[in-house]
Design a protein around this ligand. Structure first.
Ligand code: KIV
Length: 290
């Protein structure tokens, strides 16, 4: 709902005659070739997608992190395909320019290749995503190959794999010894060979991310992986200070919206209790009809 006193500032409005060229998967590879960094954030609803899209974010990830930052789960494991389709469709409705990538939730791609194709297809057909992301390297390579073969663009995800949190024993940094770092590079090369258009590298040492990035022509997108990846991704609720739970140490918080929300709600509560609210609607035209 718009605040009566504050119209949208020029900074957040796209000009009416502005030509918007949608970002495609191939553009990310092109950016890597040109040495241009890629900025990606998560989004879970149409309104936030609209704002982040206007800000110039190249890709919006409908992450299964929604389970933690919006749905109140302790990890991403309980997130369902239906939830991801629902939220991906909302993000797609709010996005004009950014590439919309949808996470494939736990067990929607690990059981059979046929299941994976069907489920990825639903994220594209019903959710309106332009691509899917899935976690793992050689363990899921047959799935990646089949998806790419049937025309589904795939973003890989290596390092900390949140869907394997129970196996890993928590959200712990990965590839911290030479053997694991080598294995991660082999996984990354296998994903590139299988045809992914980019790879998220999560919570790994900077030097490992730098090596992987240098070895691949496929763009790497880091989160807690240092500055040398081809792009960066953050959970938007973390970087906006909107999530009220644990925020990883590598996250730079560009705002503290949780404080703004609490202060605004407190002011509203005070207004209501003091009988200063509500203002009547000025005209019927205040209420949009379509
Ligand atoms: O679900 C998510 O938000 C992610 C990012 C952490 C990359 O996978």
């Amino acid at each position: 709902m718009a605040h009566e006193d504050a119209g949208p500032s020029a900074a957040v409005v796209r000009k009416e005659d502005e030509v918007v060229t949608p970002v495609r998967t191939r553009d990310l590879k092109e950016k890597k070739r040109r040495g241009e960094k890629i900025a990606m954030l998560t989004a879970y609803d149409a309104n936030m997608a609209r704002l982040l899209d206007r800000a110039g974010v190249d890709a919006l990830l409908v992450g299964d992190s929604i389970g933690m930052v919006m749905l109140g789960y302790k990890n991403t494991v309980p997130v369902t395909l239906e939830a991801m389709i629902h939220h991906t469709a909302a993000v797609a409705r709010g996005t004009e320019r950014a590439l919309v990538v949808a996470d494939m939730p736990f067990l929607t791609y690990q059981v059979t290749v046929a299941d994976a194709v069907r489920n990825a297809g639903r994220l594209l057909q019903e959710g309106g995503a332009a691509a899917v992301k899935l976690e793992g390297g050689r363990a899921v390579i047959d799935v990646v190959k089949r998806l790419v073969d049937v025309g589904v663009p795939v973003m890989g995800h290596l390092g900390l794999l949140p869907q394997s949190v129970h196996q890993a024993g928590g959200f712990v940094r990965q590839a911290t010894n030479p053997r694991d770092a080598d294995a991660l590079l082999v996984d990354a090369l296998a994903l590139e060979e299988a045809g992914v258009f980019s790879i998220v590298l999560e919570a790994i040492p900077s030097d490992v991310a730098r090596t992987v990035t240098a070895e691949l022509t496929t763009p790497t997108i880091g989160i807690g992986a240092g500055p040398d990846c081809d792009g960066q991704v953050l959970v938007s609720h973390d970087m906006l200070g909107l999530f009220d739970g644990y925020v990883p140490s590598f996250v730079k918080q560009y705002a503290r919206l949780n404080e703004t929300v609490v202060a605004a709600a407190q002011a509203y509560v005070e207004d209501v209790k003091a009988g200063r609210y509500a203002r009547p609607a000025a005209t019927v035209a205040d209420v949009p009809t379509a």
